[in-house]
Design a protein around this ligand. Structure first.
Ligand code: FAD
Ligand code: UQ1
Length: 454
């Protein structure tokens, strides 16, 4: 278990109180539907699963239905808007702004089962949960997100949230980032990114920019080394954005170490161990760096139950067609979001665009529709915050590598407008749009605001 702060516990109990009535209602799921059989079961109520649940609920088929035919399964009492955690870690937003009680978001046409899926039998159309419930489905949407593998870095689990070791990726330690940055007095500040696929591939460096700015404002910069170690061979996958980011690092004296993968922490000595993972003769060489502050992005992987259920590809991601989001072997199974094999950069922005495609194709199948299937083109976005009031708004297709910018200005340049949009407008688009089934990504807007990039 990861350490939890008292503030987090307080927040959790506050949210628990808010959600209790809904959870009590859940105990009656079996009474309402004794057959435990649903038209659609959605696994995961995060950015992807909640968007699909909400869009399905808005369709006439479910709005006019006589019983609740959609079941969303998620063990979490709280739905998180994780993109805000970079801001929270830098002390620019409050954690509570990123949280809503799960029960408050579930549309009334759907039921929520507060449980964890442990197994899927795709041949029998049955989902089994941690508390041994068996639920039958006609159609299944798999969206349980990505697994954080903190335990794969020896020394990390026991040190997270203590003595300058933190991560914006764990709900328990996001506020620790801001606490440790405030207490920082100079020395080595290290930011890491693993060699595995991760969600929001820009987040490991965003917090480095915000921290570096904080150190500068507080007059600590001369006695501080800022280092960014990434297991990847590039700072960002798309050259249009990698070029200005590389320049920013150089001009602000942020030392970038490519192909440098964190393999262990030695919290007693306050040392981090990195391994060279480059395709060169120096591969395998280990370097030990002292730290006074370290922000770790852990390795990540697909949730194991996907592979165990026979739904995974070679890497364990739910094996779906990259355009239709339909499973390659089981046509009544769909997947989207971080757990899916969709070969794009894993973000909430991508999940918004994917959700429209999954919902369209799922409803088409349910209604035996003959119209064209919808196709996902790999749209994703990463708002790279480079300082307070400055942001590079990367938007591109992960399939073609080409930029797909919503606005007419060059979004690869640091911009106050891009920052204001990300800090103030997009969170509302998320809470009022995405989780209510109304926001499906900026594709529609882009056709008007930037027709040549569509
Ligand atoms: P999640 O939103 O993680 O939801 C998964 C859900 O599944 C959870 O509610 C979980 O409880 C549930 N679940 C897990 N296992 C099971 C199970 N076995 N059974 C049932 N339910 C299960 N994206 C952006 O677009 N822009 C950004 O600026 C951005 N910044 C980020 C910064 C940080 C620090 C982090 C951590 C993420 C950021 N992201 C950003 C990424 C974004 O949050 C994710 O890509 C997005 O949430 C993926 O949606 P998802 O539904 O696939 O997974
Ligand atoms: C977006 O749609 C989205 O999902 C709500 C995000 O997730 C947090 C984003 O970060 C971005 C940038 C978008 C894209 C939206 C616009 C208006 C460019």
């Amino acid at each position: 278990m990861l350490p939890s702060s008292s503030t987090r516990l307080l927040a959790a109990s506050r949210l628990h109180a808010l959600t209790t009535s809904r959870i009590r209602g859940l105990a009656t799921v079996s009474a309402a539907n004794p057959a435990h059989s649903y038209k659609v079961v959605v696994i995961g109520g995060g950015s992807a699963g909640m968007a699909v649940t909400a869009q399905l609920a808005l369709d006439a088929l479910f709005r006019k239905g006589t019983r609740k035919d959609i079941l969303m399964i998620d063990p979490s009492d709280v739905h998180y808007y994780q993109p805000l955690w970079t801001f929270v870690g830098a002390g620019l937003k409050q954690m509570k702004e990123s949280e809503r009680p799960m029960g408050q978001l579930v549309p009334k046409q759907a039921e929520w089962l507060k449980d964890r899926v442990s197994r899927i039998d795709p041949a029998a159309n049955i989902v089994t949960t941690g508390s041994n419930r068996q639920i039958k489905y006609e159609y299944l949407v798999v969206a349980p997100g990505i697994k954080l593998d903190f335990e794969k870095i020896p020394g990390l689990v026991e040190s997270l949230g203590k003595d300058g070791v933190t991560s914006n990726y764990a709900v328990q330690s996001v506020e620790k980032t801001s606490e440790f940055l405030k207490a920082f007095k100079g020395g080595n500040a290290i930011f890491t990114q693993p060699a595995t696929p991760i969600k929001c591939a820009g987040a490991p460096q965003k917090i480095a920019y915000l921290a570096e700015e904080l150190f500068r404002t507080r007059g600590l910069r001369p006695q501080t080394n800022v280092r960014f170690h990434t297991g990847m061979g590039k700072i960002f996958a798309i050259d249009k954005y990698a070029a200005p980011l590389t320049e920013i690092c150089a001009s602000r004296n942020i030392a970038v170490h490519l192909f440098s993968n964190l393999i262990a922490l030695r919290p007693d000595a306050k040392q981090a161990v990195f391994r060279d993972v480059s395709p060169t003769a120096s591969a395998g060489k280990e370097t030990i760096v002292d730290y006074d502050f370290i922000h770790v992005t852990p390795p990540m992987s697909a949730p194991p139950f996907i592979r165990q259920s026979g739904l995974g590809n070679a890497d364990g991601w739910v094996d779906v067609d990259k355009e239709t989001t339909q499973h390659v072997k089981y046509p009544n199974v769909y997947a989207l979001g971080d757990a899916s094999s969709l070969p794009t950069s894993k973000t909430a922005a991508a999940a918004a665009a994917e959700s429209a495609v999954t919902t369209h194709n799922l409803l088409r199948a349910i209604k035996n529709g003959t119209g064209p299937a919808a196709a996902y083109g790999g749209y994703t976005s990463c708002p790279l915050i480079t300082g307070k009031g400055k942001l590079i708004l990367a938007e591109f297709s992960g399939y073609t590598g080409k930029p797909q910018e919503t606005f007419f200005y060059d979004q690869s340049k640091e911009s106050a407008l891009s920052y204001a949009l990300t800090a103030n407008i997009i969170p509302s688009l998320y809470w009022e749009g995405q989780v209510k089934g109304l926001w499906k990504g900026p594709g529609v807007v882009r056709r008007i605001t930037n027709p040549f990039d569509s």
